[in-house]
Each structure stands twice: as C-alpha cells, then as structure tokens.
Write a protein that binds this ligand. Structure first.
Ligand code: HEC
Length: 716
C-alpha cells in the first residue's frame, strides 16, 4: 500500500514553481503517465479552485462534482442530461486506472475543472486528468498497517473534500491531512484523536463549510466517545469540537447540551466511552446556516451494560443540527432512543424542499439502519413523518405526534434477558451507501435490505479497547433460539424509489447494496457484484449494464462534463468471495460511444478446505470458541461460514488458513504481528499463548465440521 510517487510530486512542484523546463521534462520522461500541470485536457490551470461562493452556487455548475454529495444538500443528483434513457445503450468504458490497493473501496470521487480526486483504501489519495485518465499525482497517507485492526469494518475511505486549492482527507489512524491540489504535497496534518489508547478511526469524507474542514470518527464498537471537530482549512488549527455523548460529570461538562444529554444516561457510562461516533454523514444548508451530523450506535451495543436502567442516551442514533461557526447545538432528533441494536443514524442525510400538506418546506431526510425513513423540518428538527422502508420487528411504527418509536418489548433482549431475532440486523436496513434525490420525480433512491440478527445478552462481557465491545453473545443466542431463528424473517437486498411525501415506495427491485446517483437524464445509476447499471428513474427498468468490472462496486457513482461531453465515474473494488482473490480495485470512467476493454482476469485458484484432523479436547475447543468470539469474530466471522459480522469476504476465512496446521505460524501471526502491515495486528496484549492454541483448536474443529458438511452435500 506504500505507493508514494515522489517523482511525480516533485515534477508537478517544479513545473508549478516555473523552474527550468529541461530539468523537469527529463524527470517526466521517467514517469510517462504524469501530466504536467497546465496541460490538462480541460485546458484548465486550476486545481480545486472551489471557494465558499462557488460551493454555495454549485447547482449552477452541472459539469462539476465539487463535494461528496455534489451540492451542500447532499442530493447526489446531477442536472446533466446528455446521457439519457435513449442513448444510454452507447455508454462504454473510456478509461480506467488501477489502484493496486486491495481492500474495500467506498470513495465518492470529486471532479472539478477537469481533474478527478479520489481516495482509496488505507486513506490514500489520487488525482487524474478527468478526460484521459492520466495520473497527476498520488499521495500515500502512510497509515501503519496494524491500525487496521482498530477499524471494525475494513480500512475504507469514503472520499475527500476540496477548497481553496486544497484536498482534505481523513485517515484510518485519525489524522486530518490537507494536500496541495496541484501537486498532492502535504500542506498540513493534524491529529484529530483525543486518545490513542482507544480504537478511533476515520473512514468518512470530511466536509468543508465556511473555511472549516469538519470530520468525525468511528470506533463505537471499541468503546470510544464520539465527537466532531472543525479545523481551519489554511492552518489546520482546531476551531471547535462537539461531543455527541456526555463525558464524566465529575470533570464538568463541555457545554449545556452535554449537561442536558447527561440526564438521559445512567450508571458510569463514560467509563465505556458511550459511542455516538459521527463516522459518515454530514450535510449543510447555507440558507439556514445549519450543519447536520448523523451520530452512531451506543458503545457497548447492549444498553443495559452501557446505561443500566435505560434512558434515551442522547445523542446516540440522532441527527443533530449544529451552528457551523462555533459547533454549538441547535436541535436534535433521535431516531432510536436508548439504542441497543447498533442502530446508527450515521446514514446519509439529505436536505430538500418538499410539498408537505400543500406547503413547500425545507426538510432533512434520512433512512438510518433502524429501517424507518424520516422526514424532519430542516430549520427546527420538528418531526414531519416516518415510515418503514424495509422489514422491521423492533418497533411497530413511529408515533406520528411524538415522533418516538412504538417499540416491540420483546426486541429489548437486554431488558428481558431473552434472546430475540431482531429485524433489521446490525448491518442495517440501509447502511452508508449514499442515496440520491431526483427533483424531477421527487423520489429518493436508496439501496437497502431486509436482514435480521439474534441478539442475546453477553453475561461474561468485559471491556477491552483492542476488540469489539458489543455486549451481545451470538453463541448464547444460537443456543437459546436454535440455528434457524432468523430463517423465516424477510431477507434480501433491494433498490427502492421512495416517495418521501407520501412515505410509500414508487417501485422496488432486487439488487445488491451500493451507492446511488440520480441524473436529469431520467436515470438512476447503481453498482452491483460485477459492474454498474442504469435504471429508468420512473419505473426501475434496467436500461444498461456495464462490461464485467471483475470486482464488485459498492461506492456511489458521480457524473461530470468536460468540453461539453458527459462522463460517468465510479470506484470499483471489493473482494466479494475470497480475501485472497486478485485485486481489481480501480477507478472506471464511462462516456457515450467509448469501448475500452479491461485486461483479461488473472487466473486464480481459491484455497481449498483442508484442515488437519481435530484432536483437541471438547473443553479446549470450548475455551477457544469463547476467545475467538471475544476477539476475532468481528473480522473473521463465523468460521466455515466466511466473512465478518459486518462484512463478508473482506477478511480471510480462517477455516482455509494454512496456519491451522502450524502452531508456530499461527502464533507468529496472532501473537507476534507477522501480518501486521496488512492489518492483522498482534493480539498479544489480550491473547495468551494458551488462548492462541485454544483458538487454533476451535478453528480446526470448525473447519472439519464444515468439511464434513461439504462432503455430505457432494455425496447427495
Ligand atoms: C480488525 C480485523 C481483524 C481481527 C479482529 C482479527 N484479524 Fe486476523 N486477519 C485480519 C486480516 C486483515 C488478515 C489478513 C492479513 C494478510 O493479508 O496477510 C488476517 C489474517 C489472519 C490469519 C492468517 C490467515 C491466513 O489465510 O493464513 C490468521 C491465522 C488470523 N488472522 C487469526 C486471527 C485471530 C486468531 C484473531 C483473534 C485473536 C484475529 N485474527 C483477529 C484481520 C483481523
């Protein structure tokens, strides 16, 4: 992942400084893909020349995609209409750029004046000529690989922000970095973390509002306290910080809103962090001058452990409106009071004008994990309406006067002490994937799913900063309810066109979860397992599917225009089935009439299930299972069943690991950090040599059970 191209950086800088041409040209010759600044195909000399006025007026510049949601209101909509329902069949690949950085790619590209800026896994940044795909520069954030173990859901990055000639990126290890947009050279860097002994991480795109770059963080699975910080875009100086949950009362509260929030908590919540991390969504409304942030789940998930006796636990799972000048609280709406199921409200927030009871109103919309679609008044946070867009059983609905959920008491496993198959699961009915709004159809397009998870109280829970701190026990849940507890509940992912005024769906079709784009061409674009497709915005009919991209697409596409020609750009990359499958992560750019082909796929033989025989005692296997569930399942998942609790295929399936046959190799990886640079840190701090052997015994047992099941199936 260390791909820094110092040569390119040096070249661009030399050229910008107007240095001796022959010297810089000779260096360019060693790096043939480099484009000299000023030779952009767009004819522009400008790099990220976005100031506040230009950003506020972004609607008037359909050619650009200057911020993650294109405009401050985060509608992910483009007024470009050159590519339309009729000519979409002629859309083909015009260029692509390989990242050569394995792991998940979730970034929304930014495009200004003919330059594309994109972030990749491990928080690196790349810039390309938007017409030709020529590389302009690359920046390697030099994230220490072992920090990867502190990110619950892969070392992804969802994008950059641009302002006044700079590119801003937050890094997995919690830094905010400003780069010169022309050269990719670092201008300043600041540490956003309040503690380094806890597992904070940054995966979200920063937003720039009125001279400040604003960023939150993740880590609520690991016992952290959530907050957002605003930094001066010129200097990196901290201007304000808003905590989303109250801290230790004996130290005094940072502000009145923390004192108010503390009344909704019990016990010694601060000792466990509390959670509420702002790991993705923000939106801004320039007329109201309000910044909206979405807050995350409780830490730990189990509310009875976190805040014994209950309470709403503000500001978990909420949309909070802040004054962007000083970060002070203006209003909040909590989607899941007393959250206990990992129901984050960090999902994309969108501002729009809608006719509500015949009156045009500016609203904030969100479809958080809990399965309900919310419409709130953007100025006051007043509840307007909510309706479930996916199958839910934790609540029967939302009280239309109070805006509070009508809860199903059985879903509160932490209160009842009984396991329950809750719908949606912690994966959420909708996750981080950007949704899109089309003002012509007045529909919101989002990709969502029906899913369920058995939640059961973890009676042997102990806080630990290195591993997940959930407070639920999947094994106890399975023992109590049996292995098929979720089998009869609705499942499967889909794309839905949601009418936010009537709170009903206009249409709905099956499809994998991915970010959305809506265009004035009457189209909706969304990635899938092997490419990207376009749908008719009116009825969901599929009008176009791209060539096979050799890897899945989960990131949101964008569209832009240079020299009068419209382009579609999207980042591809996730290994869908196997961690060790070849990496095809790349930026793909399409236009009408193009037909560039990708190189043929790399031959790959997936590892086979061939564990050593299982000879350990039942007792040792049980001990190993416990340790595994405490420390490893969050990434490596249910052994023999691949994936993690959160993501599938992004981490190795340990049933297949050659290390199962070698205690030395296993210990080297698990205790000595032999694979730390790839994100598998040493667990020696919490795992003893005996624990490691117990875990290995458990893995071998599980691998053998899986192998027997496979053999039985083959015989049938
Ligand atoms: C935060 C995520 C995360 C957690 C938690 C985690 N791992 Fe890993 N693990 C990884 C990644 C990423 C790799 C792949 C490293 C590579 O590509 O070399 C890996 C690789 C491994 C491998 C080598 C796999 C192979 O194919 O040979 C073993 C063995 C392993 N982990 C064991 C464990 C054990 C045991 C635990 C719990 C004590 C654990 N891991 C916890 C992320 C994690």
């Amino acid at each position: 992942m260390k791909l820094i191209t110092n040569v390119l950086l040096a070249v661009s800088l030399l050229l910008l400084d107007g240095c001796d041409q022959s010297a810089s040209t000779s260096i360019v010759a060693t790096a043939p893909t480099a484009v000299a600044a000023g030779n952009l195909s767009s004819g522009s000399q400008q790099f990220a020349a976005v100031d506040e006025a230009r950003m506020v007026a972004a609607t008037a510049e359909p050619e650009q995609w200057m911020s993650t949601g294109r405009t401050y209101d985060e509608q992910h909509h483009s007024p470009l209409a050159q590519i339309d329902r009729v000519n979409i069949k002629q859309l083909g690949l015009t260029w692509y750029a390989d990242f050569k950085i394995p792991r998940g790619q979730e970034s929304t590209p930014l495009v200004v004046d003919g330059v594309i800026y994109v972030t990749t896994a491990w928080s690196n940044v790349k810039a390309y000529d938007a017409v030709t795909g020529a590389s302009l520069w690359e920046f390697d954030a030099q994230v220490p690989g072992e920090w990867g173990v502190r990110a619950c859901c892969d070392v992804v990055n969802r994008g950059a922000a641009l302002r006044d000639g700079k590119v801003f990126v937050g890094t997995i290890d919690g830094r905010m970095i400003a780069l010169d947009a022309a050269t990719g050279i670092k201008v300043w860097e600041t540490d956003t973390l309040i503690r380094h002994d806890l597992s904070y991480s940054i995966t979200g795109a920063p937003r720039v509002v009125k001279g400040k770059v604003i960023i939150g963080n993740g880590g609520a699975e690991y016992g952290v306290r959530g907050y957002v910080s605003a930094y001066d875009i010129q200097t990196g100086a901290l201007l304000w910080r808003f905590f989303t949950v109250p801290g230790d009362p004996s130290l005094g509260f940072e502000n009145d809103s923390m004192a108010m929030a503390a009344n909704t908590w019990n016990g010694e919540w601060w000792a466990l962090g509390g959670g509420g991390t702002v790991w993705d969504s923000m939106a801004y409304d320039a007329d109201l001058d309000l910044l909206y942030i979405g807050t995350g789940n409780g830490s730990p998930w189990n509310q009875d452990i976190r805040s014994p006796g209950g309470g709403d636990n503000l500001f978990l799972s909420s949309i909070v409106a802040l004054d962007p000048d000083d970060g002070s609280y203006v209003w909040h709406y909590q989607t899941t009071p007393g959250e206990t199921w990992d129901y984050t409200a960090t999902q994309p927030i969108m501002v729009a004008e809608l006719p509500i009871d015949g009156v045009q109103r500016k609203v904030v919309m969100q479809a958080p994990k809990n399965g309900f679609f919310y419409v709130l008044d953007a100025a006051t946070g007043e509840f307007i309406s909510a309706k479930n867009f996916a199958a839910v059983n934790w609540a029967t609905g939302i009280d239309q006067t109070t805006g509070r959920p009508l809860e199903n008491p059985a879903a509160r496993y932490d209160k009842t002490g009984k396991a329950f198959a809750v719908q949606p699961s912690s994966a959420g009915a909708h996750n981080w994937h950007p949704m899109a709004f089309n003002p012509d159809t007045s529909l919101v397009y989002l990709s969502a799913g029906n899913n369920a998870l058995v939640y059961a109280y973890d009676r042997s829970w102990d806080p630990n900063p290195l591993v997940s701190n959930l407070g639920i026990d999947p094994a106890a849940g399975a023992a109590e309810l049996g292995p098929n507890a979720t089998a009869d509940l609705p499942s499967g992912s889909f794309m839905v066109a949601w009418n936010p005024v009537t709170q009903t769906d206009a249409w709905r079709i099956p499809g994998a979860a991915a970010g959305m784009l809506a265009t004035a061409g009457g189209l909706v674009f969304k990635g899938n397992q092997n490419g990207i497709a376009a749908y008719d915005a009116d009825n969901g009919v599929e009008l176009w599917q791209s060539i096979d991209t050799q890897t899945g697409i989960v990131a949101a596409p964008v569209t832009y225009a240079v020299n009068g020609e419209q382009y579609l750009a999207v980042v591809a990359g996730r290994s869908t089935t196997n961690y060790y499958a070849p990496d095809y992560s790349r930026l793909l750019v399409f236009k009408l009439g193009a037909n560039t082909q990708l190189p043929p796929p790399i031959a790959f033989t997936p590892p086979t299930l061939n564990p050593p025989p299982s000879s350990a005692s039942a007792e040792q296997i049980a001990l190993g299972q416990n340790s595994y569930q405490d420390s490893c399942i969050i990434c490596h998942g249910d052994v023999g069943n691949s994936g993690g609790i959160f993501r599938r295929g992004l981490f190795p399936e340990l049933a297949l690991s050659p290390a199962l046959a070698s205690p030395e190799l296993f210990a080297a990886i698990v205790l000595e950090g032999a694979r730390a640079q790839n994100g598998m840190a040493s667990f020696a701090e919490i795992i003893s040599a005996q624990d490691a052997e117990d875990i290995r015994a458990y893995l071998i047992e599980r691998a053998n059970i899986t192998k027997q099941a496979q053999q039985l199936q083959q015989q049938r």
